[in-house]
Design a protein around this ligand. Structure first.
Ligand code: GP9
Ligand code: MN
Length: 693
């Protein structure tokens, strides 16, 4: 690429050889482009300020590879078209990085395609956008500005040179016109042009070489692909095995793929979920599903004395992290593990045969199932996969009945896609980590004691404009999250023989949460909420500790497969009604799907027109609890599916004798369980609820 200057008589002459060599590098501008984008990705990364996510050497390789994947095609262009394309691509990618950075500073998440399609989420930034921009963000535009300045400078140089020529000599055709400023770029494509030929062609033939450009583009793609996918596959085959299956958090995906890789994956994920054709339902199938819901509504809606008995009460739901049933009422040494919960049970309804019904979506599944009365999906989380489909969910229904509604969780709002999903569920507010003062740093985030105290302030605080409305508050605790490590100063339980083991740590964590629950109750009393609020407390899922020996040592008995299965799937449910009414132990099987219909029943809101699968815990109807794994119980039998999901290979137990019985006894239940799971899956994935309304 000979770089030309104009000499005094207006004729082109070559730049000095050193400079020429520099600019003769055919890929100089591309290398500059890659470097600039790479530095911008690093800039974004350094601004994320998130622990446990670093950018190591392999991540750098991914970053460069993913830039090449976005830009390989520019080699197919020629001369000025290529330069313009590169500049525009730079503006586009820099804009994306900038937009992600701003979005991240507010939502601790990255922009995804569903977010872009749903303007509300981005719009929420509104006036805060200015406060989210840092002066140093100008770095993101530095190279573009420089590039533009160089181009304008070149244009100006050419312009003045041609004016001088006009005065002294007759203008030659190629000296005139706006295209002149691009001459240097066009000539990048002409490495073999005659260096001394001042009148040579502006687009020398040698540079056009379409086949060579085509191959260069493909080569860039292949290099980019290998640099991106090589390390990602390495991560997948080592520590990140399941991340693309559950994909619960965009940040953990980013940790593997980098920013551009994340956007590619997001595009793929979106296309797979939205654009791939789902088998359409026949009219008969739709009618069957609709019929099932109508029957369920009839079974559920038997008005009795409790229907509407707590009309317009406030509701506080507490979904407690990894809170299991096996240690409720139990002691270690002489100490109760959950003393506050145990006291509260005396004036509450307690359901010892309550099951979590979660799948891969863990906490988000418990949340979804409890609020929508539908099953979670067999893979992934509904929060992440189908946040924009419609559901009959508690916050939305209660909002329509005059309640103010809020979700509370002192962690990153983006985790489990909550920012998006909570808006879609109709919550008025979502208080996430950024709303809380970190005055009790514990585990993943804020300790549950402070979380409850501050959440109560939000519910009742002076800033609350809807003070006279009843409220629905959905709280999710976090301190008792795996790996259950509490600082010694916070841990108040002596786990005895379990001390120092993860099982012991779990018991200590749960003991802390129990104390926090005690403080929540005290706080509710102090704020005058105790007698006009329904408190609904349940565990979200198991603790992921599956070593049978621990449970046998703790419970001091040998455990059968049935015992173990129940232990891992039972979480406690406690409902405290104003004035402690209806208190007692309720042995019937129940599950997370039962929350929405039961609470609506207490408030006197009929669930007849809602597509809900759960029971009314305050009615006398049948009880049939289906777990996402395909296990089920009706209170008489308990079916545990086999790994191959072949019915006859499963185990059918009598709950009366706790012995295995003929598997065929479980067949009717098995058929019903399969039907329910498939109805729920179809309602979610085919977005059937708006169709039924
Ligand atoms: C974090 C919390 C934990 O926000 O919901 O989720 P989990 O890992 O238990 O599903
Ligand atoms: Mn959880």
């Amino acid at each position: 690429m000979p770089l030309h200057f104009s000499n005094r008589d207006g004729r082109k002459k070559l730049a000095p050889p050193q400079m020429r060599r520099l600019f003769q590098l055919r890929y100089f501008e591309y290398a500059l482009f890659i470097l600039a984008l790479f530095l911008k990705l690093r800039y974004l990364h350094n601004n994320l300020k998130v622990s446990n996510i670093d950018m190591n050497r392999l991540d750098n390789v991914i970053a460069v590879g993913s830039i090449m994947l976005a830009s390989f095609w520019i080699f197919w262009l020629y001369g000025r078209a290529r330069t313009i394309a590169l500049l525009l691509l730079n503006v586009l990618l820099s804009g994306l990085i900038f937009a992600d950075l701003i979005y991240y500073r507010y939502f601790q998440d990255f922009i995804t395609i569903p977010v872009l399609l749903q303007a509300g989420q981005v719009g929420e930034l509104g006036e805060s956008i200015m406060s989210l921009i840092a002066r140093s963000d100008l770095w993101l535009a530095a190279d573009i500005i420089t590039w533009l300045v160089v181009l304008i400078g070149l244009a100006a140089m050419q312009h003045f040179a041609s004016r001088r020529r006009k005065v002294r000599t007759a203008p030659s055709p190629q000296d005139a016109g706006p295209g002149h400023a691009w001459m240097a770029f066009d000539e990048l494509e002409a490495p073999h042009a005659q260096p001394n030929s001042t009148d040579g062609p502006v687009f020398p033939k040698a540079g056009k070489r379409p086949l060579r450009r085509l191959l260069t583009g493909f080569l860039a793609f292949i290099i980019g692909y290998v640099m991106t996918m090589g390390p990602i596959n390495h991560y997948k085959n080592t520590w990140a095995g399941n991340l693309f299956v559950g994909n619960w958090w965009n940040l953990s995906l980013y940790n593997i793929t980098g920013l551009l890789g994340f956007h590619y994956y997001d595009g793929y994920r979106y296309a797979k979920e939205r654009l791939s054709s789902k088998p359409a339902l026949t009219r008969e199938e739709s009618a069957e599903i609709e019929g099932w819901f109508l029957d369920a509504a009839e079974r559920r809606n038997q008005p009795n004395a409790t229907f509407g008995a707590y009309k317009e009460s406030n509701i506080i739901v507490v979904q407690v992290e990894a809170f299991m049933n096996f240690m409720i009422g139990k002691k270690i040494g002489n100490e109760e593990i959950t003393p506050h919960f145990n006291r509260l049970m005396e004036e509450s309804l307690y359901f010892p045969n309550f099951y979590h019904q979660t799948g891969q979506g863990r906490t988000s599944d418990a949340d979804f199932s409890s609020n929508s009365s539908l099953h979670p999906l067999p893979t992934g989380s509904v929060f992440v996969r189908y946040p924009h489909h419609e559901y009959d969910v508690l916050p939305q229904i209660l909002g329509q009945h005059g309640y103010k509604t809020a979700a509370f969780h002192a962690y990153e709002g983006s985790f489990w896609n909550r920012n998006i999903m909570y808006e879609a569920m109709g919550y008025d507010r979502f208080y996430s980590k950024k709303h809380y003062v970190m005055d009790e740093a514990l585990g993943w985030s804020l300790g549950d004691k402070s979380f409850f105290r501050q959440s109560l302030e939000f519910m009742t605080g002076d800033h609350d404009q809807h003070r006279n409305k009843p409220f629905y508050s959905f709280l999710i605790t976090l301190t008792s999250h795996h790996p259950y490590q509490l600082p010694a100063s916070v841990s108040k339980l002596d786990a005895g023989k379990f001390k120092g083991s993860i099982f012991g740590n779990y018991l200590e964590s749960v003991h802390y949460v129990d104390a926090a629950l005690g403080q929540l109750v005290e706080g509710m009393k102090q704020k005058g909420l105790w007698d006009n609020t329904i408190l609904y407390v349940y565990g979200d899922h198991d603790n992921s500790l599956r070593d049978k020996q621990d449970y046998e040592r703790f419970l001091k008995k040998t455990l059968s497969d049935l015992d173990m299965h129940q232990i891992m799937n039972q979480v406690p449910l406690l409902i405290h009604l104003p004035n402690g009414t209806e208190a007692g132990v309720y042995d019937q099987p129940a599950g997370q799907l039962d929350m929405a219909p039961s609470l609506l029943h207490l408030l006197g809101i009929s669930t007849e027109s809602y597509r809900m699968m759960g029971h009314n815990l305050f009615g006398d109807g049948e009880r049939f609890v289906v777990l996402r794994s395909g296990a089920f119980t009706d209170g008489q039998v308990y079916y545990i599916p086999s790994a191959d999901l072949e019915f006859s290979n499963g185990q059918c137990y009598s709950l009366d004798t706790r012995e295995l019985v003929n598997t065929e006894i479980c067949r009717p239940g098995y058929n019903e369980e399969k039907l329910r799971l498939s109805i729920s899956d179809r309602v979610i994935t085919n977005n059937l609820i708006p169709q039924f309304r």
